[in-house]
Design a protein around this ligand. Structure first.
Ligand SMILES: CC(C)[C@H](C(=O)O)[C@@H](O)C(=O)O
Ligand code: SF4
Length: 468
Protein backbone atom coordinates (compact mmCIF):
# COMPACT_ATOMS: atom_id res chain seq x y z
CA UNK A 1 0.00 0.00 0.00
CA UNK A 2 1.26 3.46 -0.82
CA UNK A 3 1.36 6.09 1.89
CA UNK A 4 -1.57 8.53 2.00
CA UNK A 5 -0.83 11.58 -0.10
CA UNK A 6 -2.10 15.15 -0.03
CA UNK A 7 -3.57 16.91 -3.05
CA UNK A 8 -0.25 18.76 -3.28
CA UNK A 9 1.78 15.51 -3.27
CA UNK A 10 -0.39 14.16 -6.06
CA UNK A 11 0.10 17.22 -8.24
CA UNK A 12 3.85 17.20 -7.59
CA UNK A 13 4.04 13.50 -8.45
CA UNK A 14 2.15 14.02 -11.70
CA UNK A 15 4.40 16.86 -12.80
CA UNK A 16 7.89 15.83 -11.77
CA UNK A 17 9.95 15.39 -14.93
CA UNK A 18 13.23 14.73 -13.16
CA UNK A 19 14.58 14.64 -9.64
CA UNK A 20 17.41 17.14 -9.68
CA UNK A 21 18.69 16.15 -6.24
CA UNK A 22 18.98 18.35 -3.18
CA UNK A 23 15.19 18.55 -2.95
CA UNK A 24 14.83 20.14 -6.38
CA UNK A 25 12.70 18.80 -9.19
CA UNK A 26 12.19 19.76 -12.78
CA UNK A 27 8.45 20.37 -13.00
CA UNK A 28 6.28 20.26 -16.07
CA UNK A 29 3.89 23.19 -16.18
CA UNK A 30 0.59 22.74 -17.98
CA UNK A 31 -0.25 26.35 -18.57
CA UNK A 32 1.52 29.70 -18.67
CA UNK A 33 -0.40 32.94 -18.36
CA UNK A 34 1.48 36.00 -19.50
CA UNK A 35 0.73 39.68 -18.83
CA UNK A 36 2.46 42.84 -19.96
CA UNK A 37 4.37 43.74 -16.79
CA UNK A 38 6.68 40.78 -16.18
CA UNK A 39 7.20 39.44 -19.69
CA UNK A 40 9.12 41.99 -21.83
CA UNK A 41 12.62 40.96 -20.66
CA UNK A 42 11.72 37.28 -20.92
CA UNK A 43 10.80 37.65 -24.60
CA UNK A 44 13.90 39.75 -25.16
CA UNK A 45 15.96 36.93 -23.65
CA UNK A 46 14.49 34.42 -26.11
CA UNK A 47 15.17 36.79 -28.97
CA UNK A 48 18.80 37.19 -27.95
CA UNK A 49 19.24 33.45 -27.70
CA UNK A 50 17.44 32.91 -31.00
CA UNK A 51 14.92 30.45 -29.56
CA UNK A 52 11.15 30.21 -29.75
CA UNK A 53 8.35 29.35 -27.35
CA UNK A 54 8.20 25.63 -26.55
CA UNK A 55 4.41 25.28 -26.20
CA UNK A 56 2.55 28.22 -27.71
CA UNK A 57 -0.79 26.40 -27.25
CA UNK A 58 -0.13 26.24 -23.50
CA UNK A 59 0.49 29.95 -23.25
CA UNK A 60 -1.91 32.88 -23.22
CA UNK A 61 -1.10 36.57 -23.37
CA UNK A 62 -3.41 39.29 -22.09
CA UNK A 63 -2.87 42.85 -20.88
CA UNK A 64 -4.49 43.87 -17.61
CA UNK A 65 -2.35 46.02 -15.29
CA UNK A 66 -1.86 49.02 -17.55
CA UNK A 67 -5.16 49.11 -19.36
CA UNK A 68 -7.38 52.16 -18.90
CA UNK A 69 -10.89 51.44 -17.64
CA UNK A 70 -12.47 54.48 -19.29
CA UNK A 71 -12.64 55.59 -22.94
CA UNK A 72 -10.69 52.61 -24.09
CA UNK A 73 -11.54 53.42 -27.67
CA UNK A 74 -9.44 56.58 -27.37
CA UNK A 75 -6.32 54.45 -26.94
CA UNK A 76 -3.82 54.47 -24.10
CA UNK A 77 -2.62 57.95 -23.27
CA UNK A 78 0.23 57.09 -20.94
CA UNK A 79 3.23 56.37 -23.21
CA UNK A 80 4.82 53.80 -20.87
CA UNK A 81 1.59 51.84 -20.46
CA UNK A 82 0.96 51.99 -24.18
CA UNK A 83 4.46 50.79 -25.00
CA UNK A 84 4.23 47.90 -22.55
CA UNK A 85 0.92 46.68 -23.95
CA UNK A 86 2.01 47.11 -27.57
CA UNK A 87 5.17 45.19 -26.72
CA UNK A 88 3.16 42.26 -25.38
CA UNK A 89 1.01 42.22 -28.49
CA UNK A 90 4.11 42.34 -30.72
CA UNK A 91 5.79 39.57 -28.72
CA UNK A 92 2.67 37.40 -28.94
CA UNK A 93 2.59 37.85 -32.73
CA UNK A 94 6.31 37.25 -33.17
CA UNK A 95 6.32 34.08 -31.03
CA UNK A 96 2.99 32.78 -32.32
CA UNK A 97 1.10 33.01 -29.01
CA UNK A 98 -2.62 33.54 -28.46
CA UNK A 99 -3.30 37.19 -27.59
CA UNK A 100 -6.56 38.62 -26.25
CA UNK A 101 -7.15 42.08 -27.76
CA UNK A 102 -8.18 44.93 -25.48
CA UNK A 103 -11.58 45.26 -27.09
CA UNK A 104 -12.41 41.54 -26.80
CA UNK A 105 -15.06 40.36 -24.34
CA UNK A 106 -12.45 37.77 -23.29
CA UNK A 107 -10.07 40.47 -22.01
CA UNK A 108 -9.69 40.95 -18.29
CA UNK A 109 -7.44 40.37 -15.32
CA UNK A 110 -5.34 37.32 -16.09
CA UNK A 111 -6.55 35.49 -12.95
CA UNK A 112 -10.17 36.07 -13.87
CA UNK A 113 -9.63 35.13 -17.51
CA UNK A 114 -7.82 31.79 -16.94
CA UNK A 115 -10.60 30.10 -14.97
CA UNK A 116 -13.33 31.70 -17.06
CA UNK A 117 -11.82 30.24 -20.23
CA UNK A 118 -11.55 26.78 -18.66
CA UNK A 119 -7.75 26.95 -18.82
CA UNK A 120 -7.51 26.44 -15.07
CA UNK A 121 -8.21 22.76 -14.50
CA UNK A 122 -7.94 20.51 -11.43
CA UNK A 123 -4.66 18.69 -10.96
CA UNK A 124 -2.77 20.92 -13.39
CA UNK A 125 0.16 23.22 -12.81
CA UNK A 126 -0.23 26.87 -13.78
CA UNK A 127 2.23 29.73 -13.55
CA UNK A 128 2.27 33.42 -14.36
CA UNK A 129 4.74 36.20 -13.70
CA UNK A 130 2.37 37.43 -11.03
CA UNK A 131 2.10 36.71 -7.34
CA UNK A 132 -1.67 36.34 -7.34
CA UNK A 133 -1.51 33.28 -9.56
CA UNK A 134 -2.43 31.49 -6.33
CA UNK A 135 -6.03 32.33 -7.30
CA UNK A 136 -6.21 29.31 -9.62
CA UNK A 137 -5.60 26.97 -6.68
CA UNK A 138 -9.33 27.28 -6.03
CA UNK A 139 -9.77 24.59 -8.70
CA UNK A 140 -7.25 22.20 -7.19
CA UNK A 141 -4.55 23.39 -9.57
CA UNK A 142 -1.05 24.05 -8.27
CA UNK A 143 -0.65 27.66 -9.34
CA UNK A 144 2.02 30.11 -8.32
CA UNK A 145 3.75 33.30 -9.34
CA UNK A 146 7.18 33.32 -10.95
CA UNK A 147 9.85 35.94 -11.64
CA UNK A 148 10.81 37.30 -15.04
CA UNK A 149 13.80 34.95 -15.47
CA UNK A 150 11.49 32.02 -14.75
CA UNK A 151 9.02 33.41 -17.30
CA UNK A 152 11.82 33.11 -19.85
CA UNK A 153 12.62 29.55 -18.71
CA UNK A 154 8.91 28.70 -18.98
CA UNK A 155 8.56 30.14 -22.46
CA UNK A 156 11.61 28.22 -23.61
CA UNK A 157 10.93 24.86 -21.96
CA UNK A 158 7.43 24.67 -20.38
CA UNK A 159 9.22 23.52 -17.21
CA UNK A 160 10.55 25.06 -14.01
CA UNK A 161 12.97 24.05 -11.31
CA UNK A 162 11.03 23.75 -8.07
CA UNK A 163 11.58 22.71 -4.49
CA UNK A 164 8.79 20.79 -2.86
CA UNK A 165 7.13 23.25 -0.47
CA UNK A 166 6.05 22.36 3.03
CA UNK A 167 2.33 21.73 3.39
CA UNK A 168 -0.07 23.61 5.63
CA UNK A 169 -3.66 22.59 6.21
CA UNK A 170 -6.06 25.37 7.10
CA UNK A 171 -9.24 23.76 8.22
CA UNK A 172 -12.22 26.08 8.46
CA UNK A 173 -14.99 24.35 10.36
CA UNK A 174 -18.58 25.50 10.73
CA UNK A 175 -20.38 28.11 8.64
CA UNK A 176 -19.73 31.79 7.99
CA UNK A 177 -22.28 34.03 9.70
CA UNK A 178 -24.76 36.41 8.13
CA UNK A 179 -23.04 39.22 6.21
CA UNK A 180 -19.64 37.52 6.46
CA UNK A 181 -17.92 36.77 3.17
CA UNK A 182 -14.96 34.76 1.83
CA UNK A 183 -12.93 38.00 1.84
CA UNK A 184 -13.54 38.39 5.56
CA UNK A 185 -12.50 34.78 6.06
CA UNK A 186 -9.17 35.16 4.30
CA UNK A 187 -8.47 38.49 6.01
CA UNK A 188 -9.21 36.81 9.35
CA UNK A 189 -6.86 33.95 8.45
CA UNK A 190 -4.08 36.39 7.55
CA UNK A 191 -4.75 38.34 10.75
CA UNK A 192 -4.39 35.11 12.67
CA UNK A 193 -1.28 33.60 11.06
CA UNK A 194 0.41 36.82 9.91
CA UNK A 195 1.77 38.10 6.61
CA UNK A 196 4.66 35.62 6.92
CA UNK A 197 2.66 32.91 8.63
CA UNK A 198 2.74 30.62 5.61
CA UNK A 199 6.16 31.50 4.21
CA UNK A 200 7.71 28.36 2.72
CA UNK A 201 4.36 26.57 2.69
CA UNK A 202 1.61 25.77 0.26
CA UNK A 203 -1.75 26.00 1.97
CA UNK A 204 -4.59 23.56 1.45
CA UNK A 205 -7.90 25.04 2.62
CA UNK A 206 -10.42 22.48 3.79
CA UNK A 207 -13.38 22.08 6.11
CA UNK A 208 -17.10 22.71 5.89
CA UNK A 209 -16.88 26.49 5.37
CA UNK A 210 -14.54 25.97 2.40
CA UNK A 211 -16.70 23.26 0.85
CA UNK A 212 -19.69 25.59 1.19
CA UNK A 213 -18.00 28.36 -0.84
CA UNK A 214 -18.86 28.91 -4.48
CA UNK A 215 -15.98 29.10 -6.96
CA UNK A 216 -15.77 32.89 -6.74
CA UNK A 217 -15.39 32.65 -2.96
CA UNK A 218 -12.77 29.93 -3.26
CA UNK A 219 -10.82 32.10 -5.70
CA UNK A 220 -10.98 35.03 -3.27
CA UNK A 221 -9.53 32.87 -0.52
CA UNK A 222 -6.79 31.27 -2.63
CA UNK A 223 -5.93 34.63 -4.22
CA UNK A 224 -4.75 36.05 -0.91
CA UNK A 225 -2.67 33.02 0.12
CA UNK A 226 0.34 35.00 -1.01
CA UNK A 227 -0.55 37.74 1.48
CA UNK A 228 0.07 35.17 4.22
CA UNK A 229 3.44 34.42 2.61
CA UNK A 230 2.36 31.13 1.01
CA UNK A 231 3.62 30.17 -2.40
CA UNK A 232 0.19 28.87 -3.34
CA UNK A 233 -3.22 27.94 -1.98
CA UNK A 234 -5.20 24.85 -2.92
CA UNK A 235 -8.75 23.60 -2.51
CA UNK A 236 -9.69 20.04 -3.44
CA UNK A 237 -11.94 19.99 -6.51
CA UNK A 238 -15.50 18.77 -5.90
CA UNK A 239 -18.96 18.91 -7.48
CA UNK A 240 -18.98 22.71 -7.20
CA UNK A 241 -15.75 22.83 -9.20
CA UNK A 242 -16.89 20.36 -11.86
CA UNK A 243 -20.23 22.10 -12.39
CA UNK A 244 -18.47 25.45 -12.78
CA UNK A 245 -16.04 24.08 -15.36
CA UNK A 246 -18.51 22.21 -17.54
CA UNK A 247 -18.93 23.96 -20.88
CA UNK A 248 -16.05 26.44 -20.43
CA UNK A 249 -14.33 27.12 -23.78
CA UNK A 250 -11.07 25.23 -23.06
CA UNK A 251 -12.41 22.60 -20.64
CA UNK A 252 -12.71 19.06 -21.99
CA UNK A 253 -16.04 18.36 -23.70
CA UNK A 254 -18.55 15.51 -23.76
CA UNK A 255 -17.15 12.12 -22.81
CA UNK A 256 -13.73 13.68 -22.29
CA UNK A 257 -15.20 15.92 -19.61
CA UNK A 258 -16.73 12.96 -17.77
CA UNK A 259 -13.44 11.09 -17.98
CA UNK A 260 -11.65 14.16 -16.64
CA UNK A 261 -14.10 14.43 -13.73
CA UNK A 262 -13.48 10.79 -12.85
CA UNK A 263 -9.78 11.56 -12.69
CA UNK A 264 -10.27 14.85 -10.81
CA UNK A 265 -12.19 12.98 -8.11
CA UNK A 266 -9.00 11.09 -7.27
CA UNK A 267 -7.09 14.29 -6.49
CA UNK A 268 -8.46 15.04 -3.01
CA UNK A 269 -6.04 14.43 -0.17
CA UNK A 270 -6.18 10.84 1.07
CA UNK A 271 -7.61 10.15 4.52
CA UNK A 272 -4.69 10.08 6.92
CA UNK A 273 -2.45 12.26 4.74
CA UNK A 274 -0.24 14.41 6.93
CA UNK A 275 0.70 18.09 6.72
CA UNK A 276 3.72 19.90 8.06
CA UNK A 277 1.42 22.29 9.89
CA UNK A 278 -2.30 22.50 10.65
CA UNK A 279 -4.33 25.58 11.59
CA UNK A 280 -7.97 25.40 12.63
CA UNK A 281 -10.36 28.30 12.16
CA UNK A 282 -13.89 28.57 13.52
CA UNK A 283 -15.94 30.07 10.66
CA UNK A 284 -18.75 31.17 12.98
CA UNK A 285 -16.33 33.46 14.84
CA UNK A 286 -15.33 35.40 11.70
CA UNK A 287 -16.78 38.91 11.34
CA UNK A 288 -16.65 41.57 8.61
CA UNK A 289 -13.01 42.63 8.55
CA UNK A 290 -11.16 45.84 7.69
CA UNK A 291 -7.44 46.55 7.53
CA UNK A 292 -6.09 49.56 9.38
CA UNK A 293 -2.42 49.45 8.36
CA UNK A 294 -0.15 48.94 5.38
CA UNK A 295 0.10 45.16 5.59
CA UNK A 296 -2.82 42.77 5.11
CA UNK A 297 -2.08 41.31 8.57
CA UNK A 298 -2.87 44.73 10.07
CA UNK A 299 -6.53 43.81 10.19
CA UNK A 300 -9.37 43.77 12.68
CA UNK A 301 -13.13 43.44 12.75
CA UNK A 302 -15.27 46.40 11.73
CA UNK A 303 -16.19 46.72 15.40
CA UNK A 304 -12.51 46.73 16.33
CA UNK A 305 -10.00 49.51 16.95
CA UNK A 306 -6.47 50.29 15.85
CA UNK A 307 -3.84 48.87 18.19
CA UNK A 308 -3.29 50.61 21.51
CA UNK A 309 0.31 51.61 20.94
CA UNK A 310 1.08 52.20 24.61
CA UNK A 311 0.18 48.59 25.36
CA UNK A 312 2.73 47.14 22.91
CA UNK A 313 5.78 45.97 24.87
CA UNK A 314 8.14 45.15 21.99
CA UNK A 315 9.82 48.39 20.91
CA UNK A 316 10.41 47.28 17.33
CA UNK A 317 6.82 46.17 16.89
CA UNK A 318 5.58 49.39 18.50
CA UNK A 319 7.64 51.51 16.10
CA UNK A 320 6.33 49.53 13.14
CA UNK A 321 2.72 50.01 14.20
CA UNK A 322 3.25 53.72 14.92
CA UNK A 323 4.70 54.08 11.45
CA UNK A 324 1.71 52.31 9.85
CA UNK A 325 -0.77 54.40 11.81
CA UNK A 326 1.05 57.61 10.82
CA UNK A 327 0.96 56.63 7.16
CA UNK A 328 -2.71 55.77 7.45
CA UNK A 329 -3.53 59.01 9.27
CA UNK A 330 -4.96 57.09 12.20
CA UNK A 331 -4.55 57.37 15.96
CA UNK A 332 -3.77 54.64 18.45
CA UNK A 333 -6.82 52.77 19.79
CA UNK A 334 -9.16 54.43 17.28
CA UNK A 335 -12.43 52.74 16.26
CA UNK A 336 -12.63 51.80 12.57
CA UNK A 337 -16.41 51.98 12.34
CA UNK A 338 -17.36 55.49 11.29
CA UNK A 339 -14.04 56.43 9.69
CA UNK A 340 -14.75 58.76 6.74
CA UNK A 341 -13.54 57.56 3.34
CA UNK A 342 -13.04 59.42 0.02
CA UNK A 343 -12.96 56.60 -2.48
CA UNK A 344 -14.31 53.11 -2.94
CA UNK A 345 -12.84 50.54 -5.30
CA UNK A 346 -14.77 47.37 -6.09
CA UNK A 347 -12.84 45.03 -8.38
CA UNK A 348 -9.46 43.24 -8.76
CA UNK A 349 -8.56 39.57 -9.11
CA UNK A 350 -9.61 39.13 -5.49
CA UNK A 351 -13.14 40.48 -5.80
CA UNK A 352 -13.87 41.36 -9.43
CA UNK A 353 -16.16 38.45 -10.30
CA UNK A 354 -19.88 38.34 -10.98
CA UNK A 355 -20.68 37.12 -7.45
CA UNK A 356 -18.73 40.09 -6.06
CA UNK A 357 -20.63 42.50 -8.31
CA UNK A 358 -23.88 40.97 -7.08
CA UNK A 359 -22.87 41.28 -3.43
CA UNK A 360 -21.97 44.93 -3.89
CA UNK A 361 -25.11 45.65 -5.95
CA UNK A 362 -27.30 44.10 -3.25
CA UNK A 363 -26.08 46.84 -0.89
CA UNK A 364 -26.08 49.61 -3.50
CA UNK A 365 -29.61 48.89 -4.76
CA UNK A 366 -32.00 51.71 -3.86
CA UNK A 367 -29.27 53.65 -2.07
CA UNK A 368 -26.90 56.40 -3.18
CA UNK A 369 -23.17 56.98 -2.93
CA UNK A 370 -22.51 59.54 -0.20
CA UNK A 371 -21.79 63.15 -1.15
CA UNK A 372 -18.17 63.67 -2.12
CA UNK A 373 -17.31 59.97 -2.41
CA UNK A 374 -15.87 58.55 -5.64
CA UNK A 375 -16.90 54.93 -6.12
CA UNK A 376 -15.59 52.71 -8.91
CA UNK A 377 -16.91 49.31 -9.88
CA UNK A 378 -14.52 47.51 -12.20
CA UNK A 379 -15.49 44.06 -13.45
CA UNK A 380 -12.62 41.58 -13.60
CA UNK A 381 -13.22 40.66 -17.23
CA UNK A 382 -15.36 41.43 -20.27
CA UNK A 383 -17.45 38.36 -19.49
CA UNK A 384 -18.04 39.46 -15.91
CA UNK A 385 -19.07 42.87 -17.26
CA UNK A 386 -21.43 41.39 -19.84
CA UNK A 387 -23.01 38.97 -17.34
CA UNK A 388 -23.46 41.75 -14.78
CA UNK A 389 -25.06 43.97 -17.41
CA UNK A 390 -27.38 41.15 -18.48
CA UNK A 391 -28.62 41.10 -14.87
CA UNK A 392 -28.98 44.88 -14.79
CA UNK A 393 -26.27 45.35 -12.17
CA UNK A 394 -24.67 48.17 -14.15
CA UNK A 395 -27.96 50.12 -13.81
CA UNK A 396 -28.08 49.44 -10.09
CA UNK A 397 -24.58 50.85 -9.70
CA UNK A 398 -25.03 53.80 -12.05
CA UNK A 399 -28.37 54.75 -10.49
CA UNK A 400 -26.68 54.65 -7.10
CA UNK A 401 -23.90 56.97 -8.27
CA UNK A 402 -21.11 54.41 -8.79
CA UNK A 403 -18.93 54.50 -11.91
CA UNK A 404 -19.18 51.35 -14.06
CA UNK A 405 -15.86 50.73 -15.81
CA UNK A 406 -14.11 48.55 -18.37
CA UNK A 407 -12.23 45.48 -17.03
CA UNK A 408 -8.65 45.59 -15.75
CA UNK A 409 -6.54 45.75 -12.59
CA UNK A 410 -7.59 49.38 -12.24
CA UNK A 411 -7.13 50.88 -8.79
CA UNK A 412 -5.75 47.68 -7.31
CA UNK A 413 -2.37 49.19 -8.08
CA UNK A 414 -1.27 52.47 -9.58
CA UNK A 415 -0.11 51.30 -13.01
CA UNK A 416 -3.00 52.91 -14.90
CA UNK A 417 -5.00 56.13 -14.59
CA UNK A 418 -7.16 54.83 -11.68
CA UNK A 419 -5.23 56.07 -8.66
CA UNK A 420 -5.64 57.64 -5.26
CA UNK A 421 -4.28 61.11 -4.58
CA UNK A 422 -1.93 61.59 -1.61
CA UNK A 423 -3.84 61.28 1.66
CA UNK A 424 -6.98 59.92 0.02
CA UNK A 425 -8.65 57.16 2.04
CA UNK A 426 -10.12 54.21 0.15
CA UNK A 427 -12.26 51.21 1.02
CA UNK A 428 -10.97 48.66 -1.46
CA UNK A 429 -11.84 45.07 -2.33
CA UNK A 430 -8.29 44.43 -3.58
CA UNK A 431 -5.65 42.39 -1.77
CA UNK A 432 -2.77 44.69 -0.86
CA UNK A 433 -2.68 47.80 1.30
CA UNK A 434 1.04 48.51 0.96
CA UNK A 435 2.16 52.14 1.12
CA UNK A 436 1.48 53.85 -2.19
CA UNK A 437 -0.09 50.75 -3.68
CA UNK A 438 -3.14 52.59 -5.02
CA UNK A 439 -1.20 55.76 -5.72
CA UNK A 440 1.52 57.65 -3.80
CA UNK A 441 0.28 58.60 -0.33
CA UNK A 442 -3.01 56.73 -0.82
CA UNK A 443 -4.52 55.02 2.22
CA UNK A 444 -6.10 51.64 1.60
CA UNK A 445 -8.55 49.75 3.80
CA UNK A 446 -9.08 46.22 2.50
CA UNK A 447 -12.67 45.03 2.81
CA UNK A 448 -15.21 42.73 1.15
CA UNK A 449 -17.40 43.88 -1.78
CA UNK A 450 -20.48 44.32 0.42
CA UNK A 451 -18.47 46.25 3.00
CA UNK A 452 -17.03 48.42 0.22
CA UNK A 453 -20.50 49.18 -1.13
CA UNK A 454 -21.67 49.95 2.41
CA UNK A 455 -18.76 52.36 2.84
CA UNK A 456 -19.66 54.05 -0.45
CA UNK A 457 -23.25 54.74 0.56
CA UNK A 458 -22.41 55.68 4.15
CA UNK A 459 -19.33 57.74 3.24
CA UNK A 460 -17.50 55.99 6.03
CA UNK A 461 -16.45 52.52 7.11
CA UNK A 462 -19.52 50.84 8.49
CA UNK A 463 -20.67 47.35 9.42
CA UNK A 464 -22.66 46.18 6.38
CA UNK A 465 -24.85 44.16 8.74
CA UNK A 466 -26.20 47.42 10.17
CA UNK A 467 -27.55 48.42 6.73
CA UNK A 468 -29.74 45.40 6.13
C1 LIG B 1 2.73 43.56 -11.47
C2 LIG B 1 2.78 42.19 -10.85
C3 LIG B 1 4.12 41.62 -11.02
C4 LIG B 1 2.29 42.21 -9.42
C5 LIG B 1 2.31 40.83 -8.78
O1 LIG B 1 3.23 40.03 -8.92
O2 LIG B 1 1.43 40.48 -8.05
C6 LIG B 1 0.89 42.75 -9.32
O3 LIG B 1 -0.04 41.99 -10.01
C7 LIG B 1 0.48 42.91 -7.91
O4 LIG B 1 -0.64 42.54 -7.56
O5 LIG B 1 1.27 43.43 -7.12
S1 SF4 C 1 -5.89 42.90 -9.90
FE1 SF4 C 1 -4.31 43.60 -8.51
S2 SF4 C 1 -3.54 41.82 -7.48
FE2 SF4 C 1 -4.65 41.13 -9.27
S3 SF4 C 1 -3.11 40.92 -10.84
FE3 SF4 C 1 -3.97 42.96 -11.03
S4 SF4 C 1 -2.63 44.25 -9.81
FE4 SF4 C 1 -2.19 42.15 -9.21
Amino acid sequence: MTAPRTLLDKIYDRHQVADLGGGDMLMYVDFHLVHEVTSPQAFEGLRQRGIGVHAPGRTLTVADHNVPTLNRGAGILDPESRAQIEQLQTNAAEFGLPWIPLDSVDQGIVHVVGPEQGLTLPGTTIVCGDSHTATHGAFGALAFGIGTSEVEHMLATQTLVQKRARSMLIEVEGALGFGVTPKDLILAIIGRIGANGATGYIIEYAGQAIRDLDMAGRMTVCNMSIEAGARAGLIAPDETTFAWLRGRPHAPRGAAFDAAVADWRTLASDPGATYDKTVRIDAAAVEPMVTWGSSPEAVTTIGGRTPDVAAIKDAGRRAQIEQMLAYMGLASDQPLDGLAIDTVFIGSCTNGRLEDMRAAAAVARGRHVAEGVRALVVPGSGHVKAAAEAEGLDRVFIDAGFEWREPGCSMCLGMNPDRLSPGERCASTSNRNFEGRQGPGGRTHLVSPSMAAAAAVAGRLVDVRSLV
